[in-house]
Design a protein around this ligand. Structure first.
Ligand SMILES: NC(=O)c1ccc[n+]([C@@H]2O[C@H](COP(=O)([O-])OP(=O)(O)OC[C@H]3O[C@@H](n4cnc5c(N)ncnc54)[C@H](O)[C@@H]3O)[C@@H](O)[C@H]2O)c1
Length: 400
């Protein structure tokens, strides 16, 4: 297996493609966005991820990684395209379907197709396999299909792509084995084999587990607000119990994964996934809770200036997908709660409907400071500057 075609060159596809290229594979990367293809072919990157620029430059420079708009023949096809939800929190598998359709003319006998995108249970069997049947090849005998879910942490993707343990679930044992053999050539973590459906659910469960635990912390924050108790002190004290480890509350849960994947379980078994649904609802309501808090504080000022720190969905990355911070900023602007100033170290990379404000200016002009994302530079803000401001610190970084 020497030639690899990677469909989708985003946060998952591009690191995977460049790691494979530096391992000696000939990698043909495919993206539907011309801009993405051009940037990668010039040796650059279109996303923020530490050290990825160096790796992509090396991979493209060596001639082992090329990007294109159309697929090409290969031994292995990776599908790394988005899997968002659509109306009614239903999985939107359009991109997976399109990417699979696109490879049909190039898939030959003996090829392996790997679905890396986080997908609802049954995607390999009910979406990928029926589309690949159009090749005329016998599924599971002449063309192999497996799900190898990604569990990387943005900001650490290169390290985790190689070091994390992996679950590989084929549509049959042979597919699992062939897929595992490939991953063993670039993954140092343990590889665990299962069937496709279990692998699909395993990934969704991992993210739902995190979401449910964050919902518990967020519910505590809501309870503490009502009871006038400092939630950060409460959690720190409760966590002194040897078997208690409560997570931190925040403005909500964002990103392409935690805010989306639990809905894939709810969608397939709505009557059974009651806790998972409730957790989603608690986390989805958090931006409104924070918004109401700021709105209440704003009533104390004649012409309130509200300084919002951070728009990404988590610290030190540029990703704004499903970001609760951005949702809060937009609510404050839409409801005209005051003059809203926004700072984020990565704002320049986004074409948003508002402009950013320099941090110094935001800090000096704001009556209300709303800390939404704990980006590293915010820890260095001089606490004296905060004394005369109303504070809504959703991450607890300005506590005395
Ligand atoms: N980002 C993460 O941290 C992370 C972690 C684990 C799993 N995942 C999962 O991995 C998958 C990909 O996520 P991502 O963050 O890389 O998304 P992304 O949006 O960063 O990248 C996806 C890329 O696919 C391209 N694309 C869309 N349709 C295409 C098609 N038909 N053919 C070729 N390219 C196409 C898009 O233009 C985009 O560049 C999702 O299922 C996501 O849930 C992501």
């Amino acid at each position: 297996m020497k030639k690899i075609c990677v469909m989708g060159l985003g946060y998952i596809g591009l690191p995977t493609a460049s790691i494979l290229a530096t391992k000696g594979y000939m990698v043909h990367g495919v993206d539907v966005a011309q801009k993405v293809v051009d940037i990668i072919n010039s040796g650059g990157i279109h996303i923020v991820e530490p050290d990825l620029d160096i790796l992509v430059k090396a991979a493209v420079g060596s001639g082992k990684l090329k990007a294109a708009l159309k697929p090409a023949e290969a031994d292995v096809f990776f599908i790394c395209v988005p899997t968002p939800f659509k109306e009614g929190y239903r999985p939107d598998m359009r991109f997976v379907e399109e990417a699979t359709e696109a490879i049909v003319p190039y898939v030959k006998k003996g090829n392996l197709v790997i679905l890396e995108s986080t997908s609802p249970v049954g995607s390999c069997d009910d979406i990928i396999a029926p589309i690949l049947k159009k090749t005329g090849l016998v599924i599971g005998e002449e063309v192999f299909i497996a799900h190898a879910p990604e569990r990387v942490l943005p900001g650490h993707i290169l390290k985790e792509t190689i070091e994390n343990d992996r679950i590989i679930g084929g549509i049959n044992d042979r597919s699992s084995q062939i897929c595992a053999d490939l991953y063993r050539t670039f993954v140092k973590g343990n590889i665990y084999l299962t069937n496709a459906r279990t692998a699909e659910l395993a990934k969704l469960v991992e993210n739902s587990y995190r979401d449910v635990n964050i919902a518990f912390a967020n519910e505590l924050a809501n309870i503490c607000d009502e009871l006038d108790i400092d939630v950060w002190e409460l959690i720190a004290l409760a966590n002194r119990h040897p078997r208690v480890k409560i997570l931190s509350p925040g403005p909500g849960v964002g990103g392409h994964c935690l805010a989306v994947d639990p809905w894939f379980i709810v969608d397939s078994v709505p009557q059974k996934a009651r806790l998972i649904r409730t957790a989603r609802e608690i986390n989805e309501a958090r931006p409104h809770v924070i918004f109401e808090k700021v709105k209440e504080l704003a009533k104390k000022f004649k012409k309130p200036v509200i300084g919002c720190l951070g728009v990404s969905y988590k610290p030190d990355i540029d990703d704004i997908r499903e970001s609760p911070a951005l949702e809060i900023v937009r609510m404050l602007m839409k409801e005209k709660v005051g003059e809203v100033l926004v700072h984020d170290p990565y704002l320049a990379g986004h074409a948003l409907e508002f402009k950013g404000t320099e941090l110094d200016e935001l800090l000096s002009r704001s009556d209300i400071l709303v800390l939404l994302v704990n980006h590293t530079p915010y820890y260095a803000i001089d606490k004296k500057l905060l004394n005369e401001k109303a504070l809504v610190d959703t991450r607890g970084i300005f506590r005395k």
